[in-house]
Design a binder for this molecule. Structure first.
Ligand SMILES: NC(=O)c1ccc[n+]([C@@H]2O[C@H](COP(=O)([O-])OP(=O)(O)OC[C@H]3O[C@@H](n4cnc5c(N)ncnc54)[C@H](O)[C@@H]3O)[C@@H](O)[C@H]2O)c1
Length: 435
């Protein structure tokens, strides 16, 4: 990047809170060409930054702070008025510690935003307040934005932080994920632009998605670690090398270490997943190895199915057409299909149903597949329609349980019937990403 482009993209940034996140953010933004002032209520941290020192140990941080403090691109202060007058963007990095009940403590966030608001009512220069602290979805809309009610020049966005302590500088300069969300596209683009010098692509999302994504990421990491540890512990008890098991699992980048199975949709089922989870739980229990995460997968799946059943019952429909009876599209396997369980439950509640599944024909399915269906729903032949049109002409509500092919989807959409979409047909799968 040449120096004129650099100047064009240079911003004046105020970083509120110089803890682990704020210090790294302030130092690294200064190192990529912005003019940065850090603000903290802790005089020691301010003093550290101004004298070119890191306020805590983080590999590589002190060197960046020393260089940037020396060349004037990074400074720190206790007084927010000093830096706000020239700032284009205020990044809020204060702590959001747990309260006793597990809820998030927002006192620091409120206090810092109220401080900014108090000096910004008559401001004539635009200021973007970007929330980098971890906050629960809805916090920006319900807590932060109202604080700036009387500050017409302030726009709020969320720009969550994903760095890991110990490798925080590297994570900032080579981010695994960069997310900016907000109601105002220009403000979102402006904050994404702060990172233009990094070799990364920013995901531009809604305000609430950007708040939620941080929780989704941390929950995912926690679940991955707990999963690997449970598999490792059970493997050890079985005399199997858990490291080899997990390393081999990761070799599968089609289904395992991949996007597969990571879209919200309908409950899982089929002849393998429930059966194998039950066997794992049973054997672990016998070996006295506790695997609460793996034990929870089937109850979690049942809960998800119950939500779907409640949604069908709450629809108030009298004549419900179910599209898809097998556990997923493009199979005639009905064993442990969650749709069969749902149909069983809805019949028990007295609902009137008709079912269409292009792969299920009572005359051709046989063996355990046919037995499973007839055991669960003895009167299935009365409910199963051979043609989609029969269901479309009869129903006043459709429930789609699996991804239909293009022709089936077109018929469903053209029917004009209300659709309860358990298969996430309308889910958006694209995220606006800018280089
Ligand atoms: N630490 C991490 O690895 C990490 C990673 C990603 C996200 N986060 C999130 O980022 C946020 C900050 O985390 P942290 O670990 O840097 O917290 P921290 O406690 O280390 O730092 C918070 C800083 O804010 C300062 N502060 C508090 N009130 C202030 C005020 N009114 N004005 C100015 N400064 C004020 C404190 O003095 C402190 O220096 C949290 O929401 C956290 O969940 C942390």
């Amino acid at each position: 990047m040449n120096s004129s482009t650099l100047e064009m993209n240079q911003s004046t940034v105020a970083v509120f809170g110089l803890g682990y996140v704020g210090s790294v953010t302030a130092a690294c933004l200064a190192s990529i060409g912005h003019r940065v002032a850090g603000i903290d209520s802790d005089a020691h941290k301010v003093e550290c930054l101004n004298s070119g020192k890191a306020p805590f140990f983080e590999p590589g941080l002190e060197e960046i702070i020393r260089n940037c403090a020396a060349n004037g691109s990074l400074s720190a202060t206790l007084k927010l008025e000093e830096v706000l007058s020239t700032a284009d963007v205020a990044l809020i990095c204060v702590g959001t510690p747990s309260e006793r009940n597990g809820n998030l403590g927002l006192d620091q966030l409120r206090r810092v935003c109220e401080g900014i608001a108090a000096v910004s009512e008559t401001r004539d220069k635009p200021l973007i307040v970007a929330i980098r602290s971890t906050v629960f979805p809805g916090t920006c809309d319900e807590v932060v934005i109202p604080i700036f009610d009387k500050c017409p020049k302030i726009t709020v966005v969320a720009n969550p932080e994903f760095l890991r302590e110990g490798v925080a500088v590297d994570d900032f300069l080579f981010p695994s994920l960069l997310v900016v969300g907000g109601h105002d596209p220009a403000a979102v683009a402006r904050v994404a632009g702060l990172y233009d010098k990094l070799d990364t692509r920013a995901c531009l999302v809604t305000l609430r998605t950007s708040e939620m994504i941080k929780y989704a990421c941390n929950a995912f990491h926690a679940v991955k670690i707990a999963f690997a540890n449970e598999i490792g512990s059970l493997s050890a008890q079985l005399g199997v090398d858990g490291q080899e098991v997990m390393a081999t699992l990761c070799q599968d980048v089609k289904l395992n270490a991949s996007k597969a199975y990571l879209k919200p949709g309908f409950a899982f089922g089929g002849s393998c997943l429930p059966k194998d989870l039950r066997a794992l739980s049973y054997r672990a229990n016998r070996l006295d190895v506790k695997i609460p995460l793996l034990d929870a997968a089937l109850p979690s799946n049942r809960e998800h199915l119950d939500r779907a059943i409640r949604a069908v019952m709450d629809s108030g429909a009298k004549k419900v057409g179910i599209i898809g009876l097998t556990f997923k599209e493009d199979t005639d396997d009905l064993r442990e299909s969650p749709v069969v369980a749902m149909v069983e439950h809805l019949i028990g509640k007295g609902m009137d149903l008709r079912i269409f599944d292009s792969h299920v024909n009572l005359d051709t399915i046989y063996g355990s597949n046919r037995n499973f269906l007839l055991n669960a729903i003895p009167h299935i032949s009365r409910l199963l329609a051979g043609k989609l049109d029969t269901v479309l002409a009869w129903a006043d509500q459709l429930v789609v349980t699996q991804k239909p092919n293009a022709a089936l989807l077109a018929s469903i959409q053209n029917s004009g019937l209300p659709v309860l979409d358990l298969a996430s047909l309308t889910a958006t799968t694209t995220v606006a990403v800018v280089a």
